[in-house]
Design a protein around this ligand. Structure first.
Ligand code: IDP
Ligand code: MG
Length: 150
């Protein structure tokens, strides 16, 4: 099964969206394999967003992500990386489609509620930044038998 890294950002926590967001992933048929609620240290925020280090918005992005606790998750499922990105919606919530998390709950690009890995390679990299192998829980969800055709 594929895995992806998803993180509810501090604005999502403050606005009480954790349960709503987890529900959407669960209802889709994806499987939670790890989670942690924490204040992210500078080092992991920088590592997570290192592709954006030289961008003008990097300092404000870092301040945003370190502005309060985040809820970190690993989700599992066939093609979960692209499925999660679709559930999350476009980077700019003003342009994200209704029905997506950012489309339903956000307005500003700098307060877009949630992060999701953009490729299977990024997912592997990001999961390793935040979670140890021993934190990834392996189990079968009973409805997998009817969610997947094979
Ligand atoms: P993504 O989160 O949809 O993958 P990226 O382009 O990888 O989007 O940007 C990472 C994060 O940086 C975004 O989710 C958003 O929080 C922030 N960000 C991206 N572009 C801007 C911008 O132009 N202004 C402010 N923040 C931005
Ligand atoms: Mg990205």
């Amino acid at each position: 099964m594929d895995r992806t890294f998803v993180m509810i950002k501090p604005d999502g926590i403050q606005r009480g969206l954790v349960g709503e967001i987890i529900s959407r992933f669960e209802a889709k048929g994806l499987k939670l394999s790890a989670s942690r609620f924490e204040n992210l240290p500078d080092t992991r925020v920088t590592e997570q967003y290192k592709e954006h280090l030289a961008k003008p918005f990097f300092p404000s992005l870092k301040q945003y992500i370190m502005g309060g606790p985040c809820f970190l998750m690993v989700w599992e499922g066939r093609n979960v990386v692209s499925i999660a990105r679709k559930l999350i919606g476009a980077t700019n919530p003003a342009e994200a489609l209704p029905g997506t998390i950012r489309g339903d709950f956000g307005i500003d690009i700098g307060r877009n509620v949630i992060h999701g890995s953009d490729s299977p390679e990024s997912a592997i990299r990001e999961i390793a930044i935040h979670f140890g192998q021993n934190e990834l829980v392996s189990y079968t969800r009973i409805d997998e038998a009817v969610i997947y055709e094979y």
